[in-house]
Design a protein around this ligand. Structure first.
Ligand code: FUB
Ligand code: ZN
Length: 639
């Protein structure tokens, strides 16, 4: 049985490897008490999370639990068999928030909903309101679409969060009963268990690893390993969609439904961490490379197809039809963080940074009340929005409401994805205002990142006379930086992306990191047909975009950017809660009228050079769709 306490402080948060885990790094304790992420997390705590119970009430999720408990009458509400997970994800988010402080508003609702869940559970531990109420209690007959284990996984994750945060046993007891029941049902032929099967949607796997970490019960880890390894053996029909075409250990590319693939990979990383399984680790490294090299949008968004919410082919990265589900961005952060801990490599946190500031954060409005499920990189002039969950317009809640409570749980637990420690010292993966600590050292950071590139670290606690290493991740986008420390200056990181400062520290020692945030133009691999001839504007970790509302007098689809003219930076405290914009020179093309047929011989009439000059105002992508509806684009033609 593993020891349950790590060498590092263990604040309540997700992904807590056991002391015996074979990770290069361990999560460090971070408090975020000012700056960019503090503000967004405060909105989550003050607005999004407290509204959750009412939204779950009006969507019928809580009613379903009461029906299953026999304390209400009526019929099941909701369109999907996994609506229970909206409740579980909210419970998980609220629990992390309770641990973080400022969750007082939530405590009574958490207690009430935990009791509701426990009441709805069946005596043998099973719980799924869809199957109990709609399917007449039939179980495990529709593993491909039924989401029974997916729902169980989110219940387990919520229970781990609730127990870690409050020390209270009620939900964890319920989760263990469910996990024990699953363990009695699922197993290899010959194991004595009646069902050899996997769920069409991974999630139970990471949950079981976390349950193992929370309880020390090895059976849960083994069960997670069984589920991961039974993918790819045709138990669900052998489809790529649900990662059943090829075993993960042999896979060479990410495929199928994006969130499913990424949750499965997160579980593989957890297993590699807890068991030292080198083959699973190698599969994770290989597939992460395939993902980032050919299937990741500039925003960190993932999933190229609306159809089936799937990855596309390599370099198939459309703009207006990009899917980039908010949940896929979250899953990507979850997987990359596990890989960062496992390997110690900075590149995983490079992707986390890109995803957090762009593809993820665009999923929630500035006021914390409206959401995007899909995150396109373009909305065309004249766009007709059909509404619904996949709308390019923000929505208050969705029929399939997977994304909003997923955003809530990532924001509530965000400090746990920011820093790590090992025997050598402390590694800063993401830059925030607050405190970073291991069991031996504590560092205070002040910054106005990502608007400004200066981060000042002050050593607050350090073992006297013992040297240790402060490691700073130098972001992959950064072309120029400077670190000042004890009269020395450093300006080149190691090849692995870390800048390591090793010395015997004294409280009050100051380290100042200055990252040059010059705006830049970015081009894509020429095989990304959708953006050939285009550039995107970036500044620091932020991808920028144009919105129609900032460019009166026309749309955006006739605009070209002039790459020969310098980009300027303009901080706009008045705009969108205060953002830094990038101003570029462009013009509106005079596109010759081609009559009824928009095509012409390639040598035929070309767009006239010249055109009306336009000053382009590029806002950070994560704040788009917070004003009036209109067109938007990230990638801009240059000719
Ligand atoms: O199937 C459950 C969730 O709903 C998935 O993760 C999302 O992609 C959405 O389909
Ligand atoms: Zn989602």
């Amino acid at each position: 049985m593993p020891r349950t306490h790590s060498a590092l402080p263990s604040p309540a948060g997700p992904v807590r490897p056991t002391p015996d885990a074979r990770t290069a790094l361990r999560p460090a304790a971070v408090t975020v008490d000012g700056g960019f992420w503090h503000d967004r997390r405060a909105t989550n705590a003050r607005v999004s999370l407290p509204q959750g119970p009412d939204l779950l009430e009006s969507a019928g999720n809580l009613h379903n639990l009461r029906l299953a408990a026999g304390t209400a009458e009526g019929v099941f509400q909701g369109a999907y068999p996994f609506v229970d997970t909206d409740v579980y994800k909210w419970l998980e988010a609220a629990s992390w928030q309770l641990a973080d402080g400022g969750g007082e508003l939530l405590a009574a609702d958490v207690d009430r909903i935990v009791a509701l869940v426990a009441d709805a559970q069946q005596p043998d531990g099973y719980l799924n309101t869809w199957f109990q109420l709609v399917k007449g209690g039939e179980r495990y007959q529709d593993l491909r679409w039924g989401h029974e284990l997916y729902c169980a996984g989110h219940l387990i994750q919520a229970a781990v969060a609730h127990h870690r945060s409050t020390g209270r046993p009620e939900l964890l007891d319920a989760a263990r009963r469910f996990a024990d029941h699953i363990d009695s049902v699922f197993g290899l032929p010959g194991s004595g268990r009646p069902v050899d099967g996997i769920d069409g949607h991974p999630e139970v796997e990471t949950a079981l690893v976390e349950l193992y970490r929370e309880t020390g019960e090895r059976r849960y880890l083994d069960l997670a390993g069984y589920f991961v390894d039974r993918h790819g053996h045709g138990l669900l029909g052998g489809d790529a969609y649900c990662q059943d075409r090829v075993p993960l250990r042999a896979a060479t590319d990410v495929e199928g439904h994006a969130v499913r693939q990424l949750y499965l990979l997160a579980a593989a990383a957890d297993l590699a961490a807890e068991t030292g399984d080198a083959e699973l680790r190698a599969a994770g490294e290989r597939l992460w490379h395939a993902l980032t090299a050919t299937k990741t949008h500039l925003t960190g968004g993932l999933g190229a197809h609306h159809d089936q919410e799937e990855f596309g082919d390599p370099y198939e990265l459309p703009n207006e039809r990009a899917y980039c589900e908010t949940c896929a961005a979250i899953a990507s952060v979850q997987w990359s963080w596990r890989m960062a801990l496992l390997t110690g490599e900075a590149r995983y946190s490079d992707l986390i940074e890109r995803t957090l500031y762009n593809g993820f954060l665009a999923g929630v409005s500035l006021d914390g009340e409206r959401w995007l499920y899909v995150n396109p990189l373009q909305v065309r002039d004249g766009h007709t929005d059909t509404g619904g969950d996949q709308s390019a317009r923000r929505t208050r809640w969705f029929r399939c409401a997977c994304c909003p409570p997923n955003v809530m749980r990532l924001l509530a637990s965000l400090p746990h994805y920011l820093a790590s420690g090992d025997e050598q010292g402390l590694q800063i993966h993401q830059f925030v205002t607050g405190r970073y600590a291991t069991d031996r050292v504590r560092v205070r950071a002040e910054t106005d990142y990502p608007w400004h590139g200066t981060i000042a670290f002050t050593v607050e606690e350090t073992p006297s006379g013992e040297p240790w290493t402060l490691s700073l991740r130098i972001p992959e986008w950064c072309r120029e930086f400077r670190v000042r420390c004890g009269g020395e200056t450093y300006d080149s990181p190691a090849d692995d992306g870390w800048l390591r400062l090793s010395r015997t520290w004294t409280p009050g020692d100051l380290v100042v990191l200055e990252l040059a945030l010059e705006p830049r133009l970015t081009a894509a691999d020429p095989r990304v047909d959708a953006v050939r001839g285009c550039v995107a504007i970036e500044r620091g970790p932020l991808v920028h975009c144009l919105e129609q509302v900032d460019h009166p007098g026309g749309g955006l689809d006739d605009i070209v950017l002039d790459p020969s003219r310098p980009l300027a930076v303009k901080h706009r405290p008045d705009l969108l809660g205060g953002v830094t914009t990038v101003v570029a020179a462009g013009r509106r093309r005079r596109i010759p009228d081609r009559g009824w047929w928009p095509y012409a011989p390639a040598t035929g009439p070309a767009a006239e050079p010249g055109g009306e000059p336009v000053e382009l105002t590029a806002i950070p992508y994560h704040v788009w769709a917070n004003r009036e509806d209109g067109s938007m684009r990230v990638w801009l033609p240059t000719s």
